[in-house]
Design a binder for this molecule. Structure first.
Ligand SMILES: [Zn+2]
Length: 235
């Protein structure tokens, strides 16, 4: 009797990562690999979702540099991996903002992802004659921290601290620091945060945009539902 050989019929797919300006090739995940992702998604714990996706991404793709990967590209990979492994259709349940009834939607994820400012991967944010920052899209490590953030003010502060890649101060350029050090050592006032967000709004961004219409005809509520952090929807 012949021993069963390893049978691998997985097609290789390619995805362009717009910030790293690199092509990432990957094969679909198997049902076995999917199980861990689904368990994590059920737990609604972003850290577990990101951790499990990282594991599957490194098993299905080659040589991905997680340290330099932006949060946006990480989500882009997760979305593509999901749609090439399981199908493009995603079932989303949300709630009507007017009558609060559940709204169930089936959408083709790839059709609803919108990328804006595609070519812009950094911006210089000038605060005054002595101080300026180079602002870049946040790294995927930010996804780990976003879960623990409780207030809107903290979210703004964390996002700003994670967006700064270089500090120009008194004719010196500083590049070696953590987001923690940014918060501790630079007095980030509201006007400074505002300038940082003006800069980061010019950068490349990716959103999932869905037209939501309440199933209840009498209610008739509609909206453009914009999802930025859509990892939780990828089950
Ligand atoms: Zn409604």
């Amino acid at each position: 009797m012949k021993e069963l050989p390893v049978i691998n019929v997985l097609p290789v797919h390619e995805l362009y990562l717009p910030v790293q300006k690199k092509t990432f090739s990957f094969v679909p995940y198997t049902v076995e690999q999917e199980r861990n992702i689904l368990t994590a998604i059920d737990s609604k714990d972003t850290k577990a979702i990101v951790g499990n996706y990282m594991k599957v991404i490194s098993e299905c793709g080659n040589g991905i540099d997680f340290e330099n990967l932006t949060a946006m590209e990480f989500i882009l990979i997760a979305v593509n991996l999901r749609s090439k492994s399981k199908g493009e259709i995603l079932d989303i349940t949300t709630k009507c903002k007017k009558c609060e009834k559940p709204i169930e939607l089936s959408i083709n994820i790839e059709d609803h992802i919108i990328t804006e400012n595609e070519e812009i991967v950094s911006d210089i944010c000038t605060i005054d004659d002595d101080l300026a920052f180079e602002i870049v899209p946040v790294k995927m490590s930010f996804l780990y921290e976003v879960e623990a953030i409780e207030t809107q003010a903290d979210l703004l502060l964390e996002t700003a601290a994670h967006s700064i890649k270089k500090v120009f101060w008194n004719k010196e350029i500083y590049t070696d620091f953590t987001p923690e050090q940014i918060k501790e050592r630079i007095s980030l006032t509201h006007p400074i945060l505002k300038k940082i967000f003006e800069s980061s709004s010019k950068l490349i961004k990716m959103t999932l945009k869905i037209d939501v219409a309440c199933h209840d005809k009498e209610c008739g509520y509609t909206e453009d539902y914009i999802v930025r952090d859509f990892l939780k929807y990828l089950s």
